[in-house]
Design a protein around this ligand. Structure first.
Ligand code: GDP
Ligand code: IMO
Ligand code: MG
Length: 423
């Protein structure tokens, strides 16, 4: 039996979906434990591209059980669309289980996400506007609606009415938005509830039984360490805990059951949305990386901000998540540049520091300290053994291991499931 967690070490979009899909091959169960449809995980199998937002990326493997845990916030309309799209591509969703404790994203959450972002003006967070923040706020504020409430018509109707009594006031009086009609929502959502009901169970019980039975379980991280509400670049973060610790609260298992934690990173860094980014290359280098790596958002289509790999971040991610191995993607992409920079530390007030500061004011005073490497201008997309990589690529990867203190277990050399080197 093994339980493995896959987490993002940067600002998301590291290529987690690709590894989940790969590792799902020898897993029995794949579990999402945080976030919602703000996530966009791309998987390419035999040339066919899948973009998953809510359903675990293990779904493409036949016969695996996929779980959406209690820590996830679920937009029922998105869930049903994703199920239908997968079914249309011949992918079965019969083995999908949804926690009865997962919270719903309601139409007023999406409206509030948009209204709040507009209100913030130039200080906006650049959210995905999927209602994530407002849904998690309600969960913490104890007025959220859970799956178990959703599938009970009476409870659901009562909760929608109670919520709208307050939400409509905020939407109209504070933000000047348009109020929602409770009956319309109740009737639309009752139809969704009928479709979703058969998937809803107490998934924590299911997982414990599976652990007892010696099953292999894979926990699928969404977002990433630097988007974590506690450990990311607050307030430019998402509203959940994507870090490995989020598995315990977001799936309902104790920490003793986690065996391995894989941290996924890119051989460079990208970020969508606003917020600090010390190694950002807002210049022709960043543009080149964006074009070479096709760095446009899976969820919102926004161009991603691009820059050099920052070892200070990965070292921090190693500590916060307890990483046992790294999976580094886009080694094919970065090798196309003539010169590659890797940030080893920050210089702040003339001193080199290796720990990521909490204060954004202090972070703004940090200058990256770079080491420079030569690119390996050869096509490595067909390389499948570490020994066959160009020497320059090995030098770069060795230094990443040294600086982060974590060994590399997987190297990504292309989009496809098979374009991976296992060490
Ligand atoms: P996720 O959100 O972490 O699952 O990552 P996304 O799917 O949002 O973004 C990762 C992007 O990089 C996708 O377009 C993947 O197809 C692509 N990708 C992943 N690994 C590699 C790699 O090793 N090389 C190349 N060239 N592309 C990759
Ligand atoms: P995956 O799983 C990249 C970012 C948004 C925004 C901030 C808050 O594909 O790696 P939110 O809508 O969550 O309130 O937005 O977080 N963000 C992501 N960026 N990849 C993601 O997920 C993200 N999920 C949220 O762009 O800056
Ligand atoms: Mg993504």
């Amino acid at each position: 039996m093994a339980t493995r967690v896959v987490v993002g070490t940067q600002w998301g979009d590291e290529g987690k979906g690709k590894y989940i899909d790969l590792l799902a091959g020898d897993s029995d169960i794949v579990v999402r434990y945080s976030g919602g449809n703000n996530a966009g995980h791309t998987i390419v199998v035999d040339g066919v591209k899948y973009a998953l937002h809510l359903i675990p990326s293990g779904i493409l493997h036949k016969g695996k059980t996929c779980i959406i845990g209690n820590g996830v916030v679920i937009d029922p309309a998105v869930l049903i669309k994703e199920i239908k799209d997968l079914n249309a591509k011949g992918v079965s969703t019969d083995n999908l289980l949804i926690s009865d404790r997962a919270h719903l994203i309601m139409p007023y959450h999406k409206a509030l996400d948009e209204l709040q972002e507009n209100f913030r003006g130039i200080n906006n967070i650049g959210t995905t506007k999927r209602g994530i923040g407002p849904a998690y706020s309600d969960k913490i504020d104890r007025c959220g609606i859970r799956m178990c409430d959703f599938i009970d018509e009476e409870v659901f109707a009562k909760k929608v009415k109670e919520n709208l009594a307050v939400k409509n006031l905020i939407i109209e009086k504070v933000y000047g938005g348009k109020a929602f009609d409770a009956d319309e929502i109740i009737s639309e959502y009752s139809e969704y509830a009928k479709l979703v009901k058969k998937h809803v169970i107490d998934t924590s019980v299911y997982l414990h039984d599976a652990i007892d039975a010696g099953k292999n379980i894979l926990f699928e991280g969404a977002q990433a360490t630097f988007l974590d509400v506690d450990f990311g670049t607050y307030p430019y973060v998402t509203s959940s805990n994507p870090i490995a610790g989020g598995v315990c609260t977001g799936a309902g298992i104790g920490p003793v059951y986690i065996d391995e934690v894989y941290g996924v990173l890119k051989a460079y860094t990208s970020r969508v949305g606003a917020g600090p980014f010390p190694t950002e290359q807002n210049n022709e280098i960043g543009d080149r990386i964006r074009e070479l790596g096709h760095e446009y958002g899976t969820t919102t289509g926004r161009p991603r901000r691009c820059g050099w790999l920052d070892a200070v971040m990965i070292r921090y991610a190693a500590r916060i998540n307890g990483l046992t191995a790294l999976a580094i993607n886009h080694v094919d992409t970065i090798g196309k540049l003539e010169k590659i920079k890797l940030c080893r530390a920050y210089r702040k007030n003339g001193e080199e520091i290796i720990h990521y500061p909490a204060s954004l004011k202090e972070l703004a005073q940090c200058e990256p300290v770079y080491e420079e490497f030569d690119g390996w201008n050869v096509d490595i997309s067909n390389v499948r053994k570490y020994e066959d990589l160009p020497e320059n690529a090995k030098k770069y990867l060795n230094r990443v291991e040294e600086l982060t203190g974590v060994r590399i277990k997987y190297i990504g050399v292309g989009k496809e499931r098979e374009q991976t080197i296992k060490i």
